[in-house]
Write a protein that binds this ligand. Structure first.
Ligand code: ADP
Length: 336
């Protein structure tokens, strides 16, 4: 069936909750519905007059001339590089693009799969270790006297690793649901560091040097602790076993900075724009050997941003990295 109707495209498209856009023959967006804005996060005013190549990091395949609906995949330009699928249909001298609802589900499904794949390793490894150590302890009671403490320490360590992987999963869920910050109170950096050190264990805690850490932060202590834990854990694991990690606080009246500095492997400039993205890991072999899900920095940054702050990085390959959390000082916050 072929229809020729003369309607106000924007008005019609806005009545349909799915995202609809029209790209004219010259390749530029001529119409962009409210649904298209809400699905892609790109406002109509920003989309009109631009080509899809300007709006997205990747359009695969590029708009063709197929007369049958053609599925296309679009990669967003934002920090999160969200992926969309759409159907393109050739009409008149251009293309009708439909960002359907089920396509949003497809993207969420894909994200879920990625999360499960990344985290399942982090869940399986400690479970297997705990099981193996417990079985050995049970089947070799004679040998137990000598190794008991060592085995129990390993079991404890792996149980902690498991707890953290589960916490990360729960936090990622809260990040997606956009309700991260539930309570706010005053807490000193020292208090948070004591709690973090306990979770990292004595040998790791010994490597942490504190400078001016008596500063007071305002926020959700459990979340701030989690952000610091991820930064310190990375600083420790990506630097030599004996190298110190410095944590330093600074209150300049307008903002509070917390710096985590290591003298480890550092991060190449080409990787810096991506390290806060989910699952991004610089050197897969090294990252795999050190454990982790690739979610730590994503979570840390989301937490800091939920507190109205920023998380930035400075790094020199083979020279070390400095991660800086900057939070508004209390007076700034009270004015809001
Ligand atoms: P992971 O679970 O792999 O640690 P993160 O999101 O915490 O995931 O970090 C992402 C990647 O960024 C790491 O795999 C590593 O390649 C790099 N990275 C993070 N912190 C540091 C650091 N202090 N020094 C060197 N590389 C780091």
């Amino acid at each position: 069936m072929h229809l020729r109707v003369d309607v106000d495209f924007d008005a019609l498209a806005d009545c349909i909750s799915d995202g609809i856009a029209f790209v004219g023959g010259e390749g530029v967006v001529a119409a962009w519905s409210r649904g298209a804005s809400s699905i892609t996060g790109i406002a109509r005013a920003d989309a009109i007059g631009k080509s899809l190549d300007e709006l997205f990091a990747r359009v695969e395949p590029p708009l063709g001339f197929a007369v049958v609906p053609e599925p296309i995949e679009l990669l967003g330009k934002g920090e999160r590089r969200r992926q969309f699928t759409a159907m393109a249909l050739t009409i008149d001298e251009g293309w009708l693009i439909s960002f359907g609802r089920e396509m949003r589900f497809a993207a969420i499904e894909q994200l879920k799969e990625e999360i499960v794949a990344a985290v399942s390793h982090e869940l399986k490894t400690p479970i297997a270790t705990i099981k193996a150590f417990a079985t050995t302890m049970r089947s070799n009671p004679e040998a137990l006297a000598k190794v008991r403490d060592e085995f129990l320490a390993t079991i404890e360590e792996q149980a902690d690793r498991l707890t953290r992987a589960v916490e990360d999963l729960l936090l990622v869920g809260r990040v997606d649901a956009k309700h991260l910050l539930e309570c706010r109170t005053s807490v000193t950096l020292d208090y948070l560091l004591d709690a973090t050190a306990e979770r990292l264990g004595p040998s790791a805690a010994e490597r942490i040097e504190r400078h001016s850490t008596a500063v007071t932060l305002s926020g959700d202590p459990a979340l701030l602790e989690s952000a610091l834990l991820h930064l310190l854990d990375n600083a420790l694991k990506f630097s030599p076993d004996t190298a110190p990690v410095v944590i330093e606080g600074e209150d300049d009246g307008a903002s509070i900075a917390v710096r985590v500095r290591d003298r480890g492997v550092g991060i190449g400039e080409e990787h810096l724009p991506y390290i806060f993205e989910r699952f991004y890991r610089v050197e897969r072999d090294l990252a795999a050997a050190t454990g982790g899900s690739g979610l730590g920095l994503t979570i840390a940054r989301e937490i800091v941003q939920a507190h109205g702050g920023t998380l930035a990085v400075d790094s020199v390959p083979h020279g070390g990295s400095t991660f800086t959390i900057r939070l508004p000082a209390s007076s700034e916050r009270e004015r809001r």
